[in-house]
Design a protein around this ligand. Structure first.
Ligand code: SF4
Length: 363
């Protein structure tokens, strides 16, 4: 590894974008691991690897965004496989997983014009009222924009109303790759066709006081420069969040690879990205994102063994149990676990499993 870059990492100096690109394409994978682990220990010196007991619900699959990488959405309400659940349906689904110790419900869905804004507010309030021990980790940035279109409120007012209803955390979905060049190819329609839409929602959410995650879906039409551009935007947004004194900001960065089956984009992609690419991205993101507290390894999207190895490449969180995942299932990808297996996987990798809440406070 280039001495200057190495010294910058050791001294905790912020890396430039060209240094990030160099780490991605000019440094051997096994050389990256100890550097990423060094940075991981600066952020989290303990041997703890956190996890959350959660489920992943979807309230509707009707959507008008037509993302070419998505196999989940339906456009015709008469399609027998299209659905929109009521608030009461979702409460029943949550009730079913309460006995498993679920503490977080991650919920996202299609961008559905027929759902009124009151539905989203009611969903948050009802969840908190009926399940006080569960955190509603609901709605990603594109859904906030859809709520704004439906209600006529500004996106900031939508976020304030959700906060007022009791919501405190938000998932970072909808970013994919934060490069307008890439978005033009994979998400041509509002509200997913510009970097600014995603970053502005997160800036506003942090200002209101939300803790959010940041995500990245790679392995399709992006270049290394696009990946570093994505990390750069996330780092910039977090710089601004750190100026607020309200606890808002990114808690973790979560990358995963594109799953191509049944998607329109699959025709352009010969092979899905494999474990080496994933481990490189985990390591480079740990090094480059100097202001993000946690990097999440995904046993789910990359496979259990790769998830475990990622803990040696800078990740310090093992994600959640994701009891009801449906989005990747729609792309022909199936993976399941239990809390016991999650704990075992972390232990087998040499770490101390530590249960956390949605906002990363420890149980
Ligand atoms: S990724 Fe989300 S916004 Fe895009 S088509 Fe699928 S459901 Fe709709």
């Amino acid at each position: 590894m280039d001495d200057k870059v190495k010294q910058n990492i050791i001294n905790g100096n912020r890396l430039e974008k060209d240094e990030g690109e160099y780490l991605l394409n000019g440094v051997d994978l096994l050389e990256l691991a100890p550097m990423a682990d060094f940075v991981r220990k600066k952020h989290n010196p303990s041997n703890a690897v956190t996890y959350v007991v959660d489920t992943n619900l979807n309230y509707t699959n009707l959507c008008d965004a037509y993302c070419s990488f998505c196999a989940f959405y339906r456009t015709d309400p008469k399609d027998p496989s299209a659905y929109t659940y009521t608030v009461s349906d979702i409460m029943q689904k949550i009730q079913r997983v309460v006995p498993y110790g679920v503490r977080t419900v991650l919920m996202q869905g299609g961008l559905n014009n027929e759902i009124p804004f009151s539905y989203y507010i009611d969903m948050v309030k009802e969840t908190i009222k009926r399940f006080p021990s569960i955190t509603p980790h609901y709605w990603s940035a594109p859904e906030i924009i859809k709520m704004s279109e439906i209600s006529g409120k500004t996106t900031k007012s939508v976020l304030e109303a959700l906060f007022e209803a009791g919501q405190r955390t938000m998932p970072g979905g909808g970013s994919e790759i934060l490069s307008n060049k890439v978005k033009k190819k994979i998400s041509r329609f509002k509200p997913k066709n510009s970097v600014e839409q995603w970053t502005e929602i997160h800036l506003d959410a942090h200002e209101v006081g939300f803790k959010t995650t940041a995500t990245m879906m790679y392995g399709h039409v992006e270049t290394d420069a696009d990946i570093i551009e994505t990390l750069g935007h996330i780092r910039d947004v977090q710089d601004k969040a750190m100026q607020y004194d309200n606890g808002g900001g990114f808690t973790a960065f979560i990358p995963w690879s594109f799953k191509k089956d049944f998607t329109a984009l699959s025709k352009k992609i010969a092979n899905e990205a494999g474990p080496n690419r994933y481990l490189k991205i985990i390591a480079v993101s740990r090094i480059f994102l100097d202001n993000i507290p946690h990097i999440q390894a995904s046993w789910f999207s990359e496979g259990k063994k790769t998830g475990q190895v990622a803990l040696k490449f800078g990740a310090d969180d093992f994600g959640g149990t994701l009891f009801d995942e449906n989005v990747m299932l729609a792309a022909g990808f199936y993976n399941r676990t239990s809390k016991d297996e999650l704990v075992q996987m972390i232990e087998d990798a040499g770490y101390t499993p530590t249960e956390r809440l949605t906002d990363y406070t420890l149980v």
